[in-house]
Design a binder for this molecule. Structure first.
Ligand code: SAM
Length: 346
């Protein structure tokens, strides 16, 4: 009987330390008295460090050695599959639901460390997949040529990139898109302008040049962020200049920008992706893999996350060049982009 009691207590102790249970227990925090009315249970946190060392070395010397060996000597392959299992495990239905308990927090999940596919990228990939027939001939992209090559394949005969500096051999046009008077008119069959419009102060001028450089019949595939991480000190991606977030977009704002460039409904289609949950999940850094198809596919026009537009330039398109306006920029040291933390670079 006594053994049974000890076994039950030990399992409760282990269970209470499982990540999910730990998080669920935070639900108890909305209260006016300490948990258990202050009755002492377990080890006070201030004493835990000292004790942990003693417990591991004295009580479980073998277990400690096995753990160390597993950490240091486990073949890379097994370690990788363990990690893969961990991420699959996070997509199980019950776990997916429980993970939303994590949303009551002040920093994005994993401190912004990138895992899986960001939800906006998932939407954009779906959009490009549906319009990949447009990505062909002489095609242009911002920063790299990776997307146009991936979706266009052999239909792309010449892949070019535009950016603020010559930071890679793929960049063939060095220009600020919102001042791109030096880029030739009527030149490209397709321009994929992705995840950049919110970074341009003169978004209207950038949109004007995005259409101007297309051949008649050429296609602009462009997206507009409705919500995203704000770079408090700007972000340096090593691509020429630190970037600042000047705005996020609404569908009506985008339509107004298109119409003021003499583009009518016969020239463009506008699609919205997202809903209230994907907006929150994206901002909380939850990857698309952890959402269901239904959650991702549900479109709520009242809570857009990404606006995707396809413009076909007509042969008689004409528009006045918008007036250029110069933004004020703060004189601060920008955050440095890195692969692991992505935009949460600091
Ligand atoms: C967030 S990335 C988006 C594009 C990237 N290929 C991607 O898919 O994530 C922003 C890129 O746009 C470029 N950029 C920012 N402002 C620009 C501007 N005014 N004109 C041209 N490129 C700009 C940056 O240098 C950077 O390479």
């Amino acid at each position: 009987m006594r053994n049974l009691y000890h076994a039950a207590r030990a399992s409760a102790w282990y269970l209470a330390r499982l990540p999910v249970i730990r998080q669920l227990r935070c639900l108890q925090f909305r209260r006016l008295q300490p948990i258990g009315n202050g009755r002492q249970r377990g080890t006070p946190i201030v004493r835990l460090r000292l004790l942990r060392r003693e417990v591991w070395s004295c009580c479980y010397p073998r277990l400690g050695r096995v753990y160390q060996r597993a950490r240091c000597g486990l073949p890379r392959k097994i370690w990788r599959s363990a990690l893969a299992f961990k991420s699959n495990w996070l997509t199980l239905p019950l776990i997916r639901h429980l993970r939303c308990v994590q949303f009551r927090r002040l920093q994005p999940i994993g401190n912004g460390r990138q895992r899986g596919t960001p939800i906006v990228r998932y939407y954009w990939d779906r959009y490009l997949e549906a319009h990949k027939a447009d990505i062909r001939g002489t095609a242009l992209e911002i920063g790299t040529t990776e997307t146009i090559r991936r979706f266009g394949g052999i239909a792309v005969t010449r892949a070019e990139a535009i950016d603020l500096s010559l930071h890679s051999p793929e960049v063939t046009v060095v220009a600020d898109l919102s001042r791109a008077d030096n880029a030739p008119s009527d030149h490209y069959d397709c321009f994929v302008n992705q995840f950049t419009m919110h970074l341009m102060y003169d978004a209207q001028a950038a949109l004007y040049h995005s259409v101007r450089i297309l051949k008649p019949g050429g296609v602009l595939l462009i997206n507009f962020s409705c919500v995203d991480y704000y770079f408090p000190r700007g972000l340096d991606m090593g691509t020429g200049e630190p970037m600042f977030v000047y705005r996020w977009f609404t569908p009506i704002q985008v339509e107004n920008m298109l119409r003021s460039l003499n583009l009518g409904p016969e020239d463009y289609t506008l699609d919205i992706y997202g809903n209230v949950f994907t907006r929150i999940a994206y901002q909380m850094n939850m990857p698309a893999e952890e959402l269901t198809e239904r959650e991702l596919g549900f479109i709520d026009p009242g809570h857009p996350l990404l606006i995707c537009v396809r413009v076909v330039k007509s042969a008689d398109w004409r528009a006045d060049k918008p007036d250029y306006r110069t933004p004020w920029k703060p004189g601060v040291t920008p955050a440095q982009w890195n692969r692991v933390r992505g935009h949460y670079a600091t």
